[in-house]
Ligand binder design. Structure first.
Ligand SMILES: C[S@@+](CC[C@H](N)C(=O)[O-])C[C@H]1O[C@@H](n2cnc3c(N)ncnc32)[C@H](O)[C@@H]1O
Length: 280
């Protein structure tokens, strides 16, 4: 059965994330996205606005929405920016199976249609706007500065992440947060020369640690912010007196994403148990 037909029949008013590429990064990060909303609630009680750069199936959009449900009585605004069209440089990612699978899903609008379905399940008191365009175009036309959270999770190559972060700096309100996905390794951990040589690749192995990481995210984040706190690869910094400070999510209650299926949930739980002691 085609995915769209399956969704129409079996996922009425329920999010669809039962696909191996639905949640692209470590599920644990969604716990900390919800916690980030919880952190903001301590200093701001009026409605907040979130900007998400890169939405894919909408798993992260659903997590932000859950944060708003939990901490803002189901009120707030989420703006999603995604071109929902193939974006990888083919030349640099020739042998990557996940890349060709992602490109195929984007090419025939499967991802966009699933995103539309998934956001349709979010409570109507939470306003969702979406912008189907390249992030560079969105930022060019953006003069509304008032975002409380900007989440960067689109193209992970160096130039793209750098531009997305730099374009976001002025759009965040005082006390607001810039965060992002996929900071698997920090600059101090990796072979920097190797990372620089591969800055336009999405995901590679670091020869120093033997671990896989996104060189573009590691380089861009460190150049702009230095060392940042991160939680299973989700990173965040807060604007305080016009500069960027690390935050702690340790004291914020742990809330699991309710839209996850059993497999995603158990991955999140196992991973949380592994890092619990070290949560900043
Ligand atoms: C890693 S996925 C986002 C995953 C999503 N945040 C989540 O956690 O469920 C990256 C998304 O960014 C989009 N994208 C990549 N480059 C982009 C660009 N330059 N402008 C807008 N969207 C882009 C892709 O279409 C893809 O859907």
């Amino acid at each position: 059965m085609k995915i769209q037909d399956k969704i129409k029949k079996e996922y009425i008013n329920k999010p669809f994330l039962d696909h191996k590429r639905a949640v692209l990064s470590a599920p644990i990060r969604h716990i900390f996205m919800i916690s980030t909303v919880g952190l903001l609630r301590k200093s701001k009680s009026s409605k907040i606005r979130i900007l998400e750069i890169g939405s894919w199936f909408g798993a992260s959009t659903l997590s932000w929405a859950q944060g708003l449900e939990e901490y803002y009585n189901s009120f707030g605004e989420i703006n999603c920016v995604d071109a929902w069209k193939p974006f990888f440089e083919k030349e640099n990612h020739k042998d990557e199976e996940y890349v060709s699978e992602m490109e195929q899903l984007l090419e025939d609008d499967t991802v966009f249609n699933i995103f539309l379905h998934n956001i349709s399940t979010i409570k109507s008191s939470i306003k969702i706007n979406y912008f189907r365009q390249m992030s560079s175009k969105f930022f060019r036309n953006q003069n509304n500065k008032g975002y409380d959270i900007i989440f960067i999770d689109a193209d992970h190559t160096y130039e793209a992440v750098t531009q997305d972060i730099k374009n976001s700096l002025d759009l965040v309100l005082e006390g607001g947060i810039i965060c992002g996905d996929d900071l698997n390794l920090q600059i101090k951990e990796v072979d920097i020369d190797h990372a620089k040589k591969n800055h336009n690749k999405d995901f590679i192995q670091d020869p120093k640690t033997g671990k896989n990481f996104h060189p573009g995210v590691t380089l861009a984040v460190s150049e702009i912010f230095g060392d940042v706190n991160s939680w299973g690869g989700f990173w965040a910094v807060q604007k305080v007196n016009n500069s960027w400070k690390n935050i702690s999510l340790r004291e914020i209650p742990k809330i699991y994403p309710k839209h996850f299926n059993n497999e995603q949930l158990s991955k999140a739980k196992d991973h949380y148990r592994d890092i619990e002691e070290k949560i900043i």
